[in-house]
Ligand binder design. Structure first.
Ligand SMILES: Nc1ncnc2c1ncn2[C@@H]1O[C@H](COP(=O)(O)OP(=O)(O)OP(=O)(O)O)[C@@H](O)[C@H]1O
Ligand SMILES: [Mg+2]
Length: 330
């Protein structure tokens, strides 16, 4: 199902043609510019460095002449280091704990690229969960090859004017560990290994042809990704649970208007941190998707949301357990 949350509504358009396969390899496609997606992107807390790196890296991947221009301007010639970028696979991995913004960032950063690149049109294609196949021999690898071929074909039709493509593509593979699991795992089915091989072939083909495509893979289990996939990544972004300062920011953002004082916000942010019985703090999604809405339902219809009640409910709240043994920075 396409995602719908925070008032950011996915734009529906027809899924692209899926060759001769019955199943759709892609879920709905989103297009940017999209003002709502840009607001969601801007509202993501604690990811400023990641956002800035991601958008810059994407700009130079989509428009391969930008670095040449930069180099000529700043070093009077194209320095050899710039060539290194031309050979990199256009792959980003978003790894980390549950509910920390991986999917949301992947689904909205196209809006930021579009904004930065003077409204360049960006299309986001999500690999469909159905496309992961039922494990029948040949199915998984065929679906992956089909998806990459579809992306390659669409991307090769994009007009490029003086190095600048008229549009760009984001190919988004969520929960990628299901596809890109390390082939070293003994118990891995032969078909899954073939799937990883097609994935690697697909990534290599896209990078060799220098097409304006960015691949994003999200995972909770970074350690189980195939090393050959990880090695190809242009950048790996690690997502963490919010620190106290970040929790305070999320509280201010979301509980605005109910009259909380600074010391009260401080206290709530503390309650959302680790405790003596729990080594981890709350996730962003614990706060935004579970706790804050529960405050409204609790108070509705007769009372206002009060600080005392927030404290009481926060003390009783069970945050999501970490997916791996990763430490939170609570
Ligand atoms: N950095 C953040 N700042 C603000 N809100 C966030 C942030 N990260 C996540 N959220 C909130 O949590 C919700 C869930 O986040 P998202 O689905 O992107 O997490 P995820 O990392 O993909 O989790 P999972 O690993 O479980 O798939 C978002 O819709 C948003 O409301
Ligand atoms: Mg996710």
């Amino acid at each position: 199902m396409p995602r719908m949350e925070q008032g950011y509504r996915v734009l529906y358009s027809m899924p692209p043609n899926t060759m001769d396969d019955e199943e759709n390899v892609f879920e709905a496609v989103d297009s940017f510019p999209n003002a709502e997606a840009l607001i969601v992107y801007q509202g993501l807390v604690g990811l400023d460095e990641e956002k800035s790196q991601l958008v810059k890296e994407s700009s130079v991947l989509l428009n391969r002449s930008l670095l040449d221009d930069w180099s000529k301007q700043n070093h009077k010639r194209v320095i050899p280091l710039v060539d290194f970028f031309k050979k990199r696979a256009p792959l980003f991995i978003f790894a980390g704990d549950v509910g920390t913004g991986k999917t949301t960032l992947a689904e909205t950063f196209g809006a930021a690229i579009s904004d930065r690149e003077k409204n360049m049109s960006i299309n986001l294609y999500r690999l469909s969960l159905n496309a992961r196949g039922s494990g029948l021999v040949g199915q998984m690898s065929k679906l992956i090859s089909n998806a990459f071929e579809e992306i390659r074909k669409t991307a090769s039709e994009i007009k490029i004017n003086a190095g600048r493509p008229s549009s760009g593509i984001i190919f988004f593979i969520d929960e990628a560990d299901a596809l890109a699991q390390s082939r070293e795992f003994q118990q891995m089915h032969h078909e899954d290994k073939a799937g990883v091989n097609s994935l690697i072939r697909g990534i290599d083909t896209l990078s060799k042809q220098g097409l304006p495509v960015i691949i994003v893979m999200c995972t909770n289990r970074f350690d189980s990704l195939d090393p050959a996939v990880v090695r190809r990544a242009a950048a790996i972004f690690q997502f963490k649970r919010p620190s106290k300062e970040q929790r305070k920011e999320v509280i201010k953002q979301n509980l605005d208007g109910i009259g909380l004082k600074a010391a009260q916000i401080e206290k709530i942010a503390d309650l959302m941190g680790s405790t003596k019985d729990r080594t981890y703090g709350w996730t962003y999604s614990d706060m935004r998707l579970r706790f804050f809405p529960s405050l409204v339902i609790d108070a509705f219809p007769d009372t206002a949301i009060t600080f005392d009640r927030i404290v009481e409910l926060a003390q009783a709240f069970e945050p999501a357990k970490p997916f791996t043994n990763e430490k939170s920075n609570a």
